[in-house]
Design a binder for this molecule. Structure first.
Ligand code: NAP
Length: 253
């Protein structure tokens, strides 16, 4: 059996690091995408110390040249890619949380560069490599906050939370992007799905999340290892039912 090659963006910490750790434990070679070399090398070392075949790849998803060079390096080293987990993401670059009416366009553009345009750039750069895999899996790390169905339902816990624009709309865009790639690749061996980690204890939310990073990585790992008869074009992961209660399932769009 040949070793599978998995690239995880934003893998130097949080859910991405845990995703790399879990895919590495399954025997995959994990390519640790990170925009900062020192943080990426530290993560590579920690993953290797844990027994994973991990290699740092310099990758800033907002920098076209960096994306291009990463794809060239993977092509040269491995000639193909089996798994792409587009995990890098942020809720705010300015670190200011704003309601819809207070939205900063600068911050919104910066968030979209990472959560939306960055995913399209990385996916398009990696697709030629993924097409060479016998069973490629693309996982876009999304969020239930991008669910229009949940956000527009006043009786749902999410529908009762403060309204903000940039992050939820970026994940709603990512959900549509997921569906469109799944549609284009419907008759191929490439499956494309969105993962919802649930509210997870990471730097992303100043560690307010109630799920562990290892738990937050589980939906990505599940979708990255789907069998050939598994779904494509769904949003799957932790379904929050309020008060820290929930389970795994399909997230409504
Ligand atoms: N935590 C939650 O509750 C939660 C819930 C739902 C969905 N999510 C999603 O889960 C994903 C991971 O979040 P997390 O909680 O693990 O957050 P995190 O701990 O803040 O990690 C985010 C990762 O993304 C990287 N990143 C940011 N901008 C990047 C860029 N331009 N190029 C490459 N990497 C970049 C960060 O790198 P640096 O270290 O260099 O900044 C970091 O490695 C995100 O897509 C997030 O939207 C999180």
């Amino acid at each position: 059996m040949t070793t599978k090659i998995a690239l995880i963006t934003g893998a130097n910490k949080g859910i991405g690091f845990e995703t790399a750790r879990q895919l590495g434990a399954l025997g995959m070679t994990v390519l640790v995408g990170a925009r900062d070399e020192e943080r990426g090398r530290d993560a590579e070392r920690a993953l290797r110390d844990g027994g994973a075949d991990a290699r740092f790849v310099s990758l800033d998803v907002t920098d076209g040249k960096s994306v291009e060079l990463a794809a060239e390096w993977i092509d040269k080293e491995y000639g193909h890619l089996d798994v792409l987990v587009s995990n890098a993401g942020t809720a705010t670059v300015s670190r200011q949380r704003a309601t819809a009416s207070q939205t900063s366009l600068d911050d919104m553009r910066a968030v979209y560069e990472i959560n939306v345009f960055g995913v399209v750039a990385v996916t398009n750069a990696m697709l030629p490599l993924l097409r060479r895999s016998p069973a490629a899996r693309i996982v876009n790390v999304s969020s239930e906050v991008g669910s229009i169905a949940m956000q527009s339902d006043p009786s749902h816990p999410l529908g009762q939370m403060p309204a903000s624009v940039q992050y939820p709309s970026s994940k709603a865009a990512l959900n549509m992007i997921t569906v469109m790639y799944a549609k284009e690749l419907r008759d191929t061996q490439v499956k494309v799905n969105a993962a919802n980690p649930g509210f997870t204890d990471t730097d992303f939310n100043d560690h307010r999340g109630f799920r562990t990073a290892a738990g937050g990585a589980e939906p990505s790992v599940y979708l990255a290892t789907l069998p050939d008869d598994g779904p494509s074009g769904i949003h799957w992961g932790y379904v929050w039912a309020g008060e820290g209660e929930g389970g795994y399932g399909v997230i409504p769009w």
